[in-house]
Design a protein around this ligand. Structure first.
Ligand code: IPD
Ligand code: CA
Ligand code: CA
Ligand code: CA
Length: 269
């Protein structure tokens, strides 16, 4: 474990990998010959998703040969306490339709803690990043970094909430609780995917939540939200990424949101 020396070298490597993949994914965005397949779960995957993950895996095998890797498109390789977790394109449905809200998510989990997260959204000209203990930042490059800070909104009635889709809430049997939450906040928008969580870190949105997410959808977002002063847990309050779902808030609103989503549970964290 490299807790004492920190994770600056790993963060730098994540930026280098994001830089090289940005050029690659941008060259395929809106490409007339983009190849789109349908996965067994009926979601789309493109040649850009696959080649971005391959490129990151190639760089990791040279720069961090002993670390394990988990990626959405090529699964899990290696073992050990340090694991890089990659979502080569988060927002593939946007990517295939020419909507610029998609990003490459690169994270490092050490001993179970997500300690580095980089979210690179080249079509938006945006990047967000964090390493444990050093704060969360946004900017076009490391040199042009601006510190991120969550909002100080303290009442649900003043809060802005963002999510991705309604279907998962229905499948979870929690649609009524989610709708109740949306009734109690000031404004609800479906910014979707990584975007909702990065907006929480920026202080532009106060609550982001999702009933169905994989580790690679969330791992990079956890340090970005928490280092910006927010809280990231599962929908039942366990520190995230946990349980295949996510709730990120500015921290101040977290308990009230948990109580609204879990009205029958007494011992929420
Ligand atoms: C999707 C996004 C979306 C979530 C889906 C994911 P992808 O990721 O994270 O917000 O609702 O469950 O599959 O497939 O675009 O990387
Ligand atoms: Ca994803
Ligand atoms: Ca993906
Ligand atoms: Ca996918």
């Amino acid at each position: 474990m490299s807790f004492l020396q920190g994770y600056n070298d790993d963060l730098r490597l994540a930026h280098i990998m994001a830089d090289s993949v940005d050029d690659q994914t941008m060259s395929r965005f809106k490409a007339l010959d983009l190849r789109v397949e349908t996965k067994p779960d009926l979601t789309p995957v493109t040649d850009a998703d696959k080649s971005a993950e391959e490129a990151i895996r190639g760089q990791l095998s040279r720069a961090r040969p002993r670390d394990a890797v988990l990626g959405e498109e090529f699964g899990s390789t290696g073992s050990g306490t340090r694991r890089w977790v990659i979502d080569p394109i988060d927002g593939t449905k946007n990517f295939v339709r020419g909507v610029p809200v998609w990003a490459t998510l690169i994270s490092l989990i050490d001993d179970g803690r997500p300690v580095v997260g980089v979210v690179s959204a080249p079509a938006l000209g945006k990047r967000w990043w964090a390493a444990e203990g050093t704060g969360a930042y946004t900017g076009k490059s490391l040199a042009a970094a601006q510190r991120l800070r969550v909002s100080n909104v303290s009442r649900l009635a003043d809060a802005s909430l963002s999510y991705s889709s309604l279907s998962g809430w229905r499948e979870r049997g929690a649609l009524a609780e989610f709708v109740n939450l949306t009734d109690r906040v000031w404004r609800t928008r479906a910014y979707g995917d990584f975007w909702s969580y990065c907006l929480v870190a920026e202080g532009a949105v106060d609550i982001a939540c999702e009933p169905e997410l994989n580790l690679y959808d969330m791992a990079a977002l956890v340090p970005i939200v928490t280092e910006a002063g927010g809280r990231f847990t599962s929908l039942d309050g366990k520190d995230g990424p946990h349980g295949g779902n996510a709730l990120a808030t500015n921290g101040t609103l977290h308990s009230e949101v948990l109580r609204t989503l879990n009205p029958d549970v007494d011992d929420l964290l």
